[in-house]
Design a protein around this ligand. Structure first.
Ligand SMILES: Nc1nc2c(ncn2[C@@H]2O[C@H](COP(=O)(O)OP(=O)(O)OP(=O)(O)O)[C@@H](O)[C@H]2O)c(=O)[nH]1
Length: 191
């Protein structure tokens, strides 16, 4: 493990998946550039890069913001090859997007050849709209528990828990290799 002054630099690739208009691009933009727009502009597929310092490690992270998926969608090559972990997003104000995330998860596991241990985080977006909530925290937590993955609720509009989504996923990705275990530090810096 790195005992010198130079931090360890590792490359990680993350893909953001979910139904149309659940806030995938907004989450990515909020995290990468701290911006938010009310305008809806459907995405084809874009990759963003950001370096995240987490404990003693610098993660040069590529984030693939994918097109909205439905039950007929297939993962693109870029969103299935060399990806270390997935953020599976639904909107807490859309029951349809929550139902769809189970299909997206099935499709992901099928594409990867039934790899139930692929690092994932379940994300409930648009937490600022909790008065219009159609999916309870308990239901989402239950689904995440059934999949054995963490659940995070966030709002790209207010910024609440946005960084936590990516930090939680990085922790899932590094869970088995000890890269993040060395120090007791919990802090994280983003460049
Ligand atoms: N209030 C609120 N609105 C949000 C939030 N996140 C996204 N939105 C809005 O929801 C709409 C869709 O957001 P996008 O980020 O474009 O959704 P997407 O999942 O990338 O859409 P596709 O690429 O077409 O699948 C936009 O009008 C956003 O402004 C949020 O946290 N709170």
């Amino acid at each position: 493990m790195n005992k010198g002054k130079e931090p360890t630099l590792v490359h990680r690739k993350i893909a953001v998946l979910g139904f149309r208009a659940v806030g995938k691009s907004s989450l990515t933009h909020s995290f990468v550039s701290g911006t938010f727009s009310e305008t809806y502009d459907p995405t084809i597929e874009t990759t963003h890069s950001k370096t995240i310092r987490f404990r003693k490690v610098h993660f040069a992270t590529d984030i693939v913001d994918t097109a909205g998926m439905d039950e007929y969608s297939r993962l693109s090559r870029n969103a299935s090859l060399g990806v270390h972990g997935y953020a599976l997003i639904f909107s807490i104000v859309s029951r349809q997007s929550f139902d769809m995330i189970a299909l997206v998860n099935d499709s992901l596991l099928n594409t990867l050849g039934d790899a139930p241990d692929v690092p994932r985080v379940l994300v409930g977006s648009m937490a600022d709209l909790s008065e219009e909530r159609q999916v309870t925290h308990a239901d989402a937590q239950k689904l995440a528990d059934a999949w054995g993955i963490p659940y995070v609720e966030c709002s790209s509009k207010t910024g609440e828990n946005v960084a936590d989504v990516f930090h939680t996923l990085l922790k899932e990705i590094e869970k088995d290799d000890g890269l993040l275990k060395e120090s007791g530090e919990t802090g994280c810096a983003i460049f």
